[in-house]
Ligand binder design. Structure first.
Ligand code: EPU
Length: 433
């Protein structure tokens, strides 16, 4: 088991380089399944979700060549099977993109149901399934498997999503790339990574218009051929460092960002009294004075991202006055609040709302990362707290953040990643059990 040990109370100064976007990478890697030839993908983040997806592609018969630390050549032309019912699929949410990709390519798919971060309620895929059915597929979801087939091939359709789901928008787009005629998806997700997936597919020869607006139109093409594509920078990784400096104080130059993607986060931090200066592809964030309380409602892009909710809530624990967070995307995403309470925060959860009464300081404690962003929030809490914080469950964090510990150390944080020896782990299990 690995833990992070953080000695808090040190402001952050220096430069952080943001990696490629996780949620673009985990969609574009399966999208390579549709390409007949070699795709060179640049700016790939080195995170465990990416490693797992590349392994899934390899097991299906794809050839993956590592060009350098951030660049891969993926060639799926040798894949012959539409069956991905491996155990590893259940460990990662984005494995569901293989349903759309395999269905689009082979007219059939048998895929294990996805896993990933659990926010305390079921994560449905009914909107994905509705889209596949509208395009002529038969879909069956049972015993942890999704089986889809379209013996006559897929055809274009008009699909209205009940919720602007990122996953459903991308999955239907993947299935529609070769469908006969035009597929029109309304009420789609507009997140930057949705636009990036459309950009990748178009760069390989697809005909997709409207990504970034409410309606996406896909005109089916015969074939996608190889090419190169560079992923956008990770909006949430950048936002996490913005929140870290807002909480711990100091001044960080955050490089390799698209400032426009950060507007929804920047606006809220400025309301809290954080100074943000935008450059062309960098942002300078600094905070020295007290933090002001604010209200935040998470929503679909361009709203405030749900994936930044735990991080901003943690910083608001140290703001003067009462702040209210309303979760507008997931039913619940507040499991981490109990961990903040151990550190002296004053937070009450009421359904989708968290009411945060600011306190003067947080105190170091042993806390757990319940999911990826909750884990990032625990690290921020540790950086802000007086004393030592130990964060367990960091595997979750490493699924989505490239070298969080190394990047934070470089800007002055006192944080170490330590391996807990097996016997300690055993004793720990006995203590808990
Ligand atoms: N929903 C449905 N039916 C569906 C799909 C979604 O009702 O068929 C609902 C969900 O229950 C939720 C809302 O729609 O209330 C949004 O879900 P969405 O499908 O957009 O989420 P997702 O595709 O499963 C992606 C990100 C998440 C991020 C959400 C929302 C990936 C791999 N994951 O998940 O990212 O929270 O969009 O922006 O892209 C993270 O990075 O930490 C993370 C969890």
């Amino acid at each position: 088991m690995t833990k992070y040990i953080i000695k808090g109370g040190k402001p952050l100064y220096g430069t952080v380089e943001i990696s490629g976007a996780k949620n673009a990478a985990v969609a574009i890697i399966p999208a390579a399944m549709l390409v007949d030839g070699v795709c060179r993908i640049e700016n790939i983040p080195q995170i465990s979700d990416v490693t797992m997806l590349l392994n899934i592609l390899r097991r299906l018969g794809a050839r993956v060549r590592v060009v350098d630390r951030h660049t891969m050549d993926i060639d799926c032309s040798g894949v012959r099977s539409a069956r991905a019912d491996f155990d590893i699929m259940t460990r990662i949410r984005a494995s569901y993109y293989l349903i759309g990709a395999l269905l689009g390519r082979f007219g059939k798919a048998l895929v294990a149901m996805p896993g990933g971060c659990n926010f305390g309620s079921v994560r449905p895929i009914d909107q994905h399934v509705k889209g596949f059915i509208a395009m002529g597929a038969q879909v069956d979801v049972k015993n942890g498997l999704v089986s889809a087939s379209a013996p006559e091939g897929l055809h274009g359709a008009d699909i209205y999503l009940d919720v602007a789901s990122v996953g459903a928008t991308i999955n239907i787009m993947l299935a529609a790339v070769f469908a006969k005629g035009v597929t029109r998806i309304e009420n789609v997700a507009r997140e930057p990574h949705v636009v990036d997936v459309a950009g990748f597919l178009n760069a390989m020869g697809a005909d997709i218009r409207g990504a970034g607006t409410n309606v996406i139109k896909i005109r089916g093409v015969e074939r996608l051929s190889g090419g190169s594509y560079a992923l956008i920078p990770d909006q949430i990784e950048a936002g996490t460092y913005m929140a870290a400096v807002a909480g711990a104080g100091g001044s960080l130059l955050i490089k390799n960002v698209i400032p426009k993607h950060m507007d929804c986060i920047t606006g809220k931090l400025e309301e809290m009294g954080v100074h943000v200066e935008e450059g062309e592809d960098e942002i300078l964030v600094s905070r020295s004075g007290p933090l002001r309380h604010i209200n935040v409602k998470t929503y679909y892009y361009p709203g405030f991202p749900t994936d930044m909710q735990p991080q901003i809530a943690t910083v608001l624990c140290l703001a003067q006055g009462t702040s209210i967070i309303t979760e507008g995307v997931w039913d619940t995403r507040y499991k981490y609040v109990n961990e903040l309470l151990k550190m002296g925060a004053n937070v009450t959860v009421d359904g989708r709302k968290a009411i945060i009464q600011g306190v003067d300081c947080l105190t170091g404690a042993s806390v757990k990362a319940w999911d990826l962003r909750a884990g990032a929030a625990m690290v921020i809490a540790g950086l802000c707290a007086q004393g030592t914080t130990e964060v367990e469950g960091v595997d979750y964090i490493e699924r989505g953040y490239v070298d969080l510990v190394g990047k934070l150390k470089k800007v002055g944080a006192d944080i170490e990643s330590v391996d807990v020896p097996a016997e300690d782990e055993e004793q720990e299990i006995i203590r808990i059990g």
